[in-house]
Design a protein around this ligand. Structure first.
Ligand code: URP
Ligand code: ZN
Length: 466
């Protein structure tokens, strides 16, 4: 049994900061006290001057995701290297069934891929792309097996992913009954298709018009409708990649009325804005929903502060320049998505904590604990307490991270943040007690594990930590 002492750091949790040592035994936190003697350990990690965070939990990544006749350029191997280098020890990816396929077979296949490649621990959401009696009957079994959230797309006809409200109602009912959670990519499809057809009729389909094709109303109209359907069916619902101020307002209203509605935004909506579509190479920034305005950013930050927006997930779905630009002249063929998993913790620390938009506890809450709670991963993940998995990050708050492609672990050959220097640096990442990242190298290259998730509602309410 290996005992590792992490000594001299400042532990950060949503409740605040505390100077404390942590002892790890066999991959689990066995003791947290203000001083732990080195005699109790086989080895000591000096964390003097460091913040010690729970390993990051990224609730939204797409490794090797098929889109627009290509595949996102990080597979589980490279994407999870990027994750641990950026301080994320658990990723939640997706099982994508074949258009006519079942859910269980998709989950089994995806588990196989992740188990062979991921250095981060991993969990899965299951995408539902058609609704039938047979599909509905699979839901409870998947929840019982630890795949307790089901993602729906309300757009992407061309990828054969879109579900209509008439499909969502029975699915929401089945997921609610099984104690699961629905997650949604929310865009109203006819607004998107009408806007896109209008651009095509005027020969304006260059990538600079990506945000015109997917206007803010498409998101907010669908958020409103899904909230209504979720309320009627008693189903908890989580909105991925919220980008607009209006959607934040709608989520706030639903929460205020007592509905189980949760929101995620992504670093790119907080840090980048739609003026990038006016610059060179707008296809590079094609992400769905599109980058928005500074006013939207302010509302998203406010929502993160006040709890309306629960998490920062990354929607990590990178494509290389060649993949992005091949169809830059016609936005309908551009694969949408941006990298994010490697830069999330440092970006949100720098733009959020250092710039006074978030306190340090809320940073850890939105990047670590809240995603773990909502997706049934806590208390093994997302917290540092006796009995939790020893997933720890040593973060130097005085350090700097230069965001540049030459330093990144991802397979992506560009960065939307190229040249940006942010405050804070992930010095060491420990996953289940193993050092998987230390100052630019991977001391251990051991495999991550599948984390089956709990479905009980109390893990979503914070009651666990009350
Ligand atoms: O542009 C995005 N977000 N790509 C990833 C797939 C999706 O839409 O969630
Ligand atoms: Zn999406």
């Amino acid at each position: 049994m290996m005992r590792v002492l992490v000594r001299g750091g400042v532990l950060v949790s949503p409740e605040g900061t505390v100077r404390a040592d942590a002892l790890i035994e066999d991959g689990v936190v066995s003791c947290v006290e203000d001083r732990i003697g080195p005699a109790r350990a086989d080895s000591v990690v000096d964390a003097d001057g460091m913040l010690i965070l729970p390993g990051g939990v990224d609730p939204h990544v797409h490794m090797g995701y098929p889109f627009a006749e290509t595949v996102s350029c990080d597979d589980f191997a490279s994407g999870s290297r990027a994750a641990v280098a950026g301080g994320t020890t658990t990723i939640v990816d997706f099982a994508l069934p074949a258009p006519e396929g079942g859910l269980r077979e998709a989950v089994a296949a995806r588990l196989g891929e992740a188990s062979r490649g991921s250095r981060a621990d991993f969990a899965l959401h299951c995408i539902v792309r058609r609704v039938s009696d047979a599909i509905l009957q699979e839901v409870a079994g998947l929840v019982a097996g630890g795949v307790s959230s089901f993602k729906v797309f309300t757009t992407y006809d061309e990828q054969r992913l879109r579900l209509d409200p008439g499909d969502l109602v029975p699915l929401f009912g089945a997921v609610a009954k099984a104690g699961g959670l629905i997650t949604v990519h929310a865009e109203e499809p006819s607004i998107v298709s009408r806007a896109t057809q209008g651009l095509a009729a005027r020969q304006l389909v260059g990538s600079a018009n990506h945000p015109v094709a997917r206007p803010p109303l498409a998101e907010s109209a669908m958020v409103a409708l899904v909230i209504e359907l979720a309320g009627a069916t008693g189903c908890p619902v989580y909105f991925h990649h919220i980008s607009t101020a209006r959607a934040v307002d709608l989520i706030a209203q639903a929460k205020a009325s007592g509905q189980a509605v949760y929101g995620e935004t992504c670093p790119h909506y907080l840090v980048l804005d739609g003026t990038l579509y006016e610059a060179d190479e707008p296809a590079d920034y094609a992400v769905t929903p599109p980058l928005r305005t500074k006013d939207d950013q302010e509302r998203l930050w406010q929502g993160l502060r006040d709890g309306t927006v629960d998490t920062v997930g990354t929607d990590h779905c990178p494509f290389q320049r060649g993949q992005k630009r091949r169809s830059a002249a016609d936005l309908r063929g551009v694969p949408n998505g941006l990298p994010g998993v490697e830069t999330r913790l440092a970006l949100i620390y720098s733009s959020g904590v250092v710039e006074g938009r978030l306190d340090v506890g809320r940073w850890v809450e939105v990047c670590c604990r809240r995603p773990a709670e909502l997706f049934g991963l806590a208390p093994d993940k997302g917290v540092i307490r006796v009995g939790s998995d020893a997933d720890l990050v040593l973060f130097d708050p005085q350090g700097f991270t230069r965001l540049e492609v030459s330093a990144q672990q991802s397979n992506c050959d560009w960065s939307p943040y190229e040249g940006m220097e942010v405050r804070g640096r992930v010095v060491m990442t420990i996953r289940r007690g193993e050092q998987v990242w230390h100052d630019g190298v991977f001391p251990s290259t051991g495999a991550g594990q599948f984390v089956p998730r709990r479905a009980e509602q109390r893990y979503r309410t914070g009651a666990l930590f009350g």
